[in-house]
Design a protein. Structure first.
Length: 751
């Protein structure tokens, strides 16, 4: 019996010693990991709500327990979270000390992710506490951290890293960089599987502060209100305080003093709440600092006590048969741990496989997105280039009096080419919205002139379908407004175009009225009504889906089905929606609202007078273009104004011609063989800094704008172009600003 007992204990000891690392390192590890995760979550919640005392208490516990377990990861975590507590309480020395200790423990880790996060912390520290050179140091740490996280493809930390970097750039008034970082923050935030309220609120707040500094108060207010909504839902008092403060300042600058005062009161409320918490924390500073110094002693004492208790238990176990029952239970537990460990290992293995599959799928998605963007860019160029020839030649032939008997055929040809161009633009517009690259430019414009220009562009379609187009603009509607005129034009052209297509022998009415929303801000209501075929009730929702048609048997028009989906998406970018009322056989009515700033003095009137085209006479223009048809079209258009036109088939020939001859201006195509337009422009600028160079491109301007201007070009014309705008752009670059001003003034006096 004694021999069996000794053998049994020996076997049990062997199991425990051989599996202790596996079991305690896994079962206990899981339990410890769960404990730390809960502590970190609690700390984060208290910190986000501004209760820095509670946050500090929990971070002390994290640090103490991590030191006892010699867990470098959570030691680092404890120090960095304490750093943020001290930073919030404006204790610069203690914050810096804790962040530097966190950096030291991150240096002991082989994981780049831990180092990257520490760089983020130091960047935030130098951004918060202003001193000489602190902004520069902060930006250096941001760049290092983001570069490391991009390499690791760490989506979660990248979302926070870009947000924090944007905050630093906004505080330093580097607004161009701030906008780029904010867009990246939003991009990575959208990739997160679960919502991060503090991140969402922070991003909206920063967008609001960015637009506030850019003096775009409409956009600023929109983002700040979004930040307030999210922060209220999740009790993010610090974000609420900042959002109300900035919103109050924005409203004050808009002259909306009552609203500004109301928001200022709310800012004071949350500031007082946070200040109260800070005062409470100040009373416990001595205890908090004492805890930092004492936790090592407590950990050592706990370790010694644990060893002593273990020895006592072993000695007692050797002297008593009662231990048989205990050891039997221990054996069962060990076996249970082994089974649990193996199951966990299997789950970890499966999770790793799933993570690899996810990363592969993510990479594939990113590749497809890039391929899609590249495809659309290529399609844009390859289709627009020949269309430029078709539209240009048909326009030239229409002006030839000798071809009068073919006028209707030429009009049909030009209409078909314009329709194909509209189709290409629709497809590209969908792609731009999907890629979040839709233009946000705000400019002043004449609403009545814009509507007149749009309706005139449908004149041929109106005559073809024997329709009447009426424009009814209420007298109190402001003429001059500021906003995204490109977006409004796209919406109106799609809606009016649809009305023209589906109406015959009928009437199309465009009605606009407005109401005051705030000082210098109006809401404009647009209504496009027709007496066409109408849309059945069951089809009224589906027509806003891409590539969908109403499917009416009473009309044989076939189109892409992209117009209304584009309208819906563009309006969503303006926080607006479209309404539809329709009945089969009685027509349709589409209406929507958009907010615009009212402009009382139009600054753009200074440049509104067209320059005299006679000024083009005898000007020497070099056209650099490899496409023969496009050469002919461009040359014919210029010869109408008695221009001396020279053609170069590629950039290499152009450079040699500019070296030998004198030209007044160069029209430079971008994509050419031998030497492209960008390379040629850079070379010309090495020996001729003065000659104006205008880019001729069929590619979307936003995709190449920076490259074009960096190469030394002065302006851009997109093919196929409006002939009047084409010539005016050439004149604008030929003449000095002083001559343009003199011409404009004389033209006004003549009027």
């Amino acid at each position: 019996m004694k021999i069996f007992f000794k053998l049994y204990l020996t076997f049990l000891f062997f199991l425990i010693t051989t599996n202790s690392n596996a079991q305690e390192g896994n079962a206990n590890y899981i339990e410890q990991e769960d404990m730390f995760i809960k502590l970190v979550d609690s700390s984060t919640i208290y910190y986000s709500s501004g209760n820095y005392k509670k946050s500090m208490d929990i971070n002390m516990i994290i640090l103490s327990k991590a030191q006892k377990l010699n867990d470098s990861f959570y030691i680092r975590s404890g120090y960095r979270y304490l750093g943020y507590d001290y930073m919030a309480l404006k204790d610069t020395l203690m914050a810096k000390e804790n962040f530097e200790k966190a950096e030291k423990y991150a240096g002991l880790s082989a994981k780049d992710s831990e180092k990257a996060v520490t760089f983020m912390d130091l960047a935030n520290f130098y951004s918060t506490f202003k001193a000489k050179g602190s902004s520069k140091k902060s930006i250096e740490y941001h760049v290092k951290g983001i570069a490391m996280l991009e390499k690791l493809k760490d989506t979660v930390n990248l979302a926070y890293a870009y947000t924090n970097a944007a905050d630093t750039y906004i505080k330093a008034n580097y607004l161009k960089e701030a906008y780029l970082y904010l867009n990246n923050a939003q991009k990575y935030s959208n990739l997160l599987i679960s919502n991060e309220p503090s991140l969402d609120a922070g991003t909206e707040l920063l967008f609001g502060q960015y637009f506030y500094k850019k003096e775009n108060y409409f956009q600023a207010d929109k983002h700040l209100k979004n930040a307030i909504k999210i922060s209220e839902e999740h009790n993010l008092d610090s974000d609420l305080m900042e959002a109300y403060e900035t919103l109050s300042e924005s409203l004050k600058l808009q002259g909306r003093y009552e609203e500004a005062y109301a928001n200022r009161i709310l800012y004071e409320k949350y500031k007082a709440k946070i200040d109260k918490i800070k005062v409470k924390v100040d009373t416990d500073w001595a205890i908090a600092k004492f805890q930092v110094g004492e936790y090592r002693k407590d950990a050592k004492a706990a370790e010694i006590d644990s060893q002593l208790q273990t020895e006592i238990a072993i000695n007692k176990g050797r002297q008593s048969y009662v231990l048989m029952a205990v050891t039997t239970c221990a054996l069962i537990i060990v076996v249970g741990f082994i089974i649990t460990y193996r199951r966990r290992q299997q789950l970890v293995k499966e999770l790793k496989i799933k993570n690899i599959e996810y990363l592969e799928a993510k990479e594939e998605t990113e590749k497809l997105a890039k391929s899609k963007s590249k495809f659309f860019s290529t399609v844009s160029h390859e289709l627009r280039t020949p269309l430029y020839g078709v539209i240009g030649l048909s326009s030239i032939l229409l002006e030839d009096k000798g071809l009068k008997k073919h006028e209707e055929d030429l009009k049909s040809l030009k209409f078909s080419a314009n329709y194909l161009m509209a189709l290409i633009n629709d497809v590209l517009q969908i792609n731009k919205i999907d890629a979040n690259s839709s233009e946000e430019e705000q400019k002043e414009f004449n609403l009545r002139e814009l509507v007149k220009t749009i309706t005139t562009s449908f004149e041929y379609m109106r005559l073809q379908n024997k329709n009447v187009i009426k424009v009814e603009i209420e007298k109190d509607v402001p003429a001059f407004i500021k906003g995204n005129d490109t977006r409004l034009s796209q919406i109106l052209m799609n809606l009016i175009g649809n009305a023209c297509k589906f109406t015959e022998n009928g009437e199309i009415t465009i009605r606009i009225d407005s109401e005051i929303l705030a000082k210098n801000l109006n809401t404009f209501n647009f209504n496009i009504k027709d007496t066409g075929i109408g849309i059945a009730k069951e089809n009224q929702e589906s027509i806003f889906e891409e590539f969908s048609q109403s499917g009416s048997a009473n009309y044989n028009y076939q189109g892409t089905g992209l117009g209304l989906p584009i309208v819906k998406r563009l309006l969503s970018l303006e926080n607006s929606t479209i309404s539809l009322e329709s009945e089969i056989g009685k027509g349709s009515s589409f209406s929507f609202d958009m907010a615009f700033e009212v402009v009382h003095t139009m600054s753009e009137l200074k440049n509104s007078t067209l320059l005299d085209l006679d000024l083009l006479k005898d000007k020497r223009i070099l056209v650099v273009e490899d496409n023969r048809i496009n050469q002919i079209v461009t040359k014919k258009i210029l010869l109408q104004n008695e221009v001396v036109c020279t053609i170069a088939e590629n950039g290499e020939i152009a450079v040699n011609l500019v070296r030998k001859e004198n030209f007044d201006i160069i029209l430079m195509d971008i994509n050419m063989p031998v030497k492209n337009g960008l390379e040629a422009s850079k070379e010309i600028r090495t020996f001729n800094k003065e000659i104006p160079i205008i880019a001729l491109t069929a590619v979307e301007v936003n995709e190449m704008r920076c490259e074009i201007f960096e190469s030394g070009m002065n302006d851009i014309i997109v093919k196929p172009y409006d002939v009047t705008k084409f010539k005016q752009t050439i004149l604008k670059n030929l003449l000095s600003p002083k001559l343009i001003e003199q011409h404009t003034n004389s033209a006004r006096k003549a009027v």
